[in-house]
Design a protein around this ligand. Structure first.
Ligand code: ZN
Length: 102
């Protein structure tokens, strides 16, 4: 067995490993997106979301309203301030929560 064929074999194994890792990450991010979609659909059914629009990019942003989670006030796309254009009753949920944000 020559050194050259050993190196060639190692390179092939390396390529296979890299492809495997890339595939695994793709699968994980696909599953993550699916889970996130299901999670938001569930929260929406429970009335535990509100939808705001971004003051910078006008993107509509749905955010979870859960007492144990801090309320997100910035746009995930651009970091702009979210504005509450439809006053919703679910705001009480996070007033009663433990968040100490202004
Ligand atoms: Zn934005």
């Amino acid at each position: 067995m020559s050194n050259a064929s050993d190196i060639r074999e190692l390179q092939e194994k390396q390529e296979q490993l890299t492809k495997g890792v890339v595939n695994a990450f793709e699968q994980v991010s696909f599953d993550y997106a699916k889970l996130q979609t299901m999670f938001f659909a569930l929260l929406q059914d429970l009335g535990k979301t509100d939808t705001l629009s971004c003051s910078e990019c006008n993107e509509e942003v749905m955010r979870p309203l859960l007492s144990k989670l801090p309320v997100e006030n910035t746009c995930p796309m651009c970091g702009g301030d979210l504005i509450n254009d439809t006053s919703q009753t679910t705001v009480d949920d996070w007033d009663n929560g433990t968040t100490e944000e202004e």
